[in-house]
Design a protein around this ligand. Structure first.
Ligand code: SF4
Length: 258
């Protein structure tokens, strides 16, 4: 679906590196099967552009699949500047797409919502994405969450949710009828953002008033601070998820902390 001009510029060292690791993650977790139709969530941020662009590349090992790009506008910009920019991008690249203007972001920040805005916002947006997947015959939903998102979510769930869990690279939902997949799971945010700059995607600023003081933002800042003393901290947390020692965790067999 790429134009030849764009394809020519695409084969950089960085592109080949990212695609290698994307394909590895897809294969390791059997994220994509032959003939699958993917719904790719595109918010208009750098990560989602990178995901769309990388998935729209000739694959070496990943089976053949098709996709649609889906954007849910959260209603923060009454002039829809970013919406129009994104639509132009989809059209120029001849991507099949679904775009929806909603007021989900506004509702999440209104007086009727007593929970934190992100909770309702994510819930409503995800519900609509599931519906679009069903309407479009997609069995897989690809989100642009990368390695840093997975690390931050682990800490958010521990700090605020009192549990040890995070986003899965391949998450089965509705009894396996739908899968949420995260093909960027092995890639660091730094590299994804670097690729976005290299490709000069028309990224749009997140106009959400909560985006600058969300729990995720806090966790990112905290990790950046800790990284000054321990440059390996992100890598160590990520790797720790594959070295879980249940025998050295105190609350086994359903025992709960009083
Ligand atoms: S930061 Fe804003 S857009 Fe993102 S989930 Fe929270 S409320 Fe929604």
């Amino acid at each position: 679906m790429e134009t030849d001009t764009v394809k020519k510029d695409k084969n950089t060292k960085l592109f080949l590196h990212l695609k290698k690791w994307l394909e590895k993650a897809v294969l390791d977790y059997s994220m994509i099967g032959e003939g699958d139709k993917l719904l790719i969530g595109v918010s208009g941020g750098a990560d989602s552009f990178a995901l769309l662009d990388l998935l729209d590349s000739p694959m070496i090992f990943v089976p053949k699949f098709s996709f649609i790009a889906v954007n849910i506008d959260m209603g923060f910009d009454p002039d829809y500047v970013a919406y129009r920019e994104l639509e132009k991008y989809f059209q120029e690249h001849q991507y099949p797409y679904v775009m929806e203007k909603t007021d989900i972001g506004v509702i999440a920040h209104s007086d009727i919502n007593r929970k934190n805005p992100c909770f309702l916002c994510s819930r409503l947006r995800r519900k609509r994405i599931f519906e679009i997947a069903a309407e479009s015959g997609c069995s897989k939903i690809a989100f642009a969450h990368h390695r840093d998102d997975i690390i931050e979510t682990l800490l958010i769930n521990m700090f605020y949710g009192r549990e040890i869990s995070t986003m899965m690279p391949d998450q089965s939902i509705f009894g396996g009828k739908l899968h949420i997949i995260r093909p960027l799971a092995y890639l660091t945010e730094d590299l994804v953002k670097k690729y976005s700059r290299e490709r000069q995607f028309p990224t749009v600023k997140n106009e959400c008033p909560t985006s600058e003081n969300s729990k995720r933002k806090y966790m990112k800042t905290l990790l950046n601070e800790l990284e000054r003393d321990n440059p390996d901290i992100r890598h160590n947390i990520y790797t720790a998820m594959s070295h879980v020692k249940p025998d050295y965790l105190p609350f086994r067999s359903g025992k709960k902390l009083c």
